[in-house]
Design a protein around this ligand. Sequence first.
Ligand code: NI
Ligand code: MN
Length: 231
Amino acid sequence: MACVKWLGHSAFEVRIDGYTVLIDPWLSNPMSPVRVEDYDGKVDLVVVTHDHGDHLGEAIEILKRNPKAVFASVYEVANYVSEQVGASERIVGGNIGGPLRLPGIDLKVMFFPATHSCSRGTPTGVLIIGNEGSVYHAGDTGLVAEMALIGELYDVDVALLPIGGHFTMDAYQAAKAAEMLRAKTVIPMHYNTFPVIQADPKELEKYIRERGLDTKVVILEPGQCYEFGKA
Ligand code: NI
Ligand code: MN
């Protein structure tokens, strides 16, 4: 089984096919149950969707403390990280499209469009596919029609979707995203970290039912895991 553990905000630990992957590792967020040092020597891959501080988070520190960990993001963000970490062979700058080639990591990692802003490169969502299952992290985004293409081409076991509004989609729009992605399970993120992104995650369940979807909605507490996929 694969599992996703919510670390607050948009930060997740994904365990899949024996790898430990951190996505958008802002581990100092106000809801975080973990510290950077908890992951010393345990991280195989760090994926960052865009370079806003609440997503790049402590990625650079984590890479310095985990000398074998691979980093993946869009090209311009990876260049910035490489300048800071100084280990270019494990800092992989890709872009939106087909799977990245990641040294020593036998997972399919693909970036998809997100509608948002950023300082370097372009914002993304990321789909990670292993033998045990698949997880899509939408990053920060409004609704993008391209999500329907992801649902058409790939099986999405778990979709991690922002619901806080203001900077991203809200729960009403996230229900439409879940429909387009044909996700089996959705987990809300990017809410209640700050007053401006207050949201009730139960609204996501309500809007998904109103759409007549059989998508499972899993509301995690920070530190809680959800197991999914094949044994
Ligand atoms: Ni952002
Ligand atoms: Mn954000």
